[in-house]
Design a protein around this ligand. Structure first.
Ligand code: FPP
Length: 259
């Protein structure tokens, strides 16, 4: 039995300085399961528990947007049995969690090539998104069959077509018009991105939107990630200085002027 005493981070978090949007790469389900001699699917099933923990944790604090990388365009290359098990799990989870989403006033949103998911998943997603569309406490966005390079490529093609059709000029193409063509056009960029399982990569996730995000990496596998781990990540984020290319002195001056 572990004698380690876990510090509670909830009280340490300054709720007046919360990130508005947290994005998470949920990694390590397979390794967590393997370490216990279990099948990878067992890891994914336990990963759903962590999804619930973190969603509730964000809502509890007052975070407005949570985006979870649930299935990448590259994940289609996994063994067929794992892909179908993941799709089945997603289908069951969406159906099961609708009550909790409604009870907690959470809106469900999805980004990515949703049209590539099995029809049953698309239908379940459509229904839950429609049912929760007026919920205002928090938006939970699932990135499904999502790839950031594909997202940016599609945005580029839309703008190129608009230019070709004479609807916009070259001067109209700027960071704002590009952002407005991304799947995330209605969501602010994440201030904090968390990745579990000790991997230090972005893996084709929100490449444009993460330009100025603080990145937080933890050794914990996703099924082990708790609400307190989320609070710890937010606390860590709150103790960083976000400079956006400026100097430390400029930031201090800005803070003094604003307070
Ligand atoms: C990464 O672990 C996890 C995934 C590819 C899928 C995440 C899915 C869930 C947590 C379950 C369903 C999600 C929702 C939103 C209902 P990995 O398999 O890459 O682990 P490994 O790196 O150890 O192999």
């Amino acid at each position: 039995m572990s004698t380690e005493i876990e510090i509670s981070f909830k009280e340490k978090v300054d709720i007046k300085r919360l990130p508005e949007h947290i994005a998470i790469i949920m990694d390590g389900n397979g390794r967590w399961a393997k370490a216990q001699g279990k099948h990878r699917i067992f890891g994914h099933k336990n990963g759903v528990k962590a999804v619930r923990e973190v969603t509730e944790g964000c809502a509890e604090l007052g975070v407005k947007h949570l985006t979870l990388y649930a299935f990448s365009t590259e994940n289609w290359n996994r063994p067929k049995t794992e892909v179908s098990a993941l799709m089945q799990l997603l289908f069951l989870t969406i159906g099961k969690e609708i009550k909790t989403l409604q009870k907690n006033n959470i809106r469900l949103n999805a980004i990515g090539h949703i049209h590539n998911l099995p029809e049953s998943n698309q239908k379940a997603l459509r229904e839950v998104m429609e049912a929760t569309k007026n919920n205002t406490r928090m938006t939970l966005t699932l990135a499904l069959s999502y790839g950031s390079k594909e997202e940016i490529t599609e945005a580029t093609k839309i703008l190129a077509q608009q230019y070709k059709d004479g609807k916009i000029s070259l001067e109209d193409i700027n960071t704002e018009t590009i952002s407005n063509q991304l799947y995330t056009k209605d969501i602010p960029d994440p201030e904090l991105m968390i990745r579990t399982s000790g991997e230090h990569r972005i893996s084709n996730f929100l490449l444009w939107q993460l330009a100025y995000s603080e990145l937080y990496f933890t050794e914990k596998f996703w099924p082990e990630f708790t609400r307190n781990d989320l609070f710890k990540a937010i606390y860590d984020y709150q103790n960083r200085e976000r400079r956006f290319g400026m100097t430390s002195e400029q930031i201090t001056e800005q803070l003094t002027t604003n307070n």
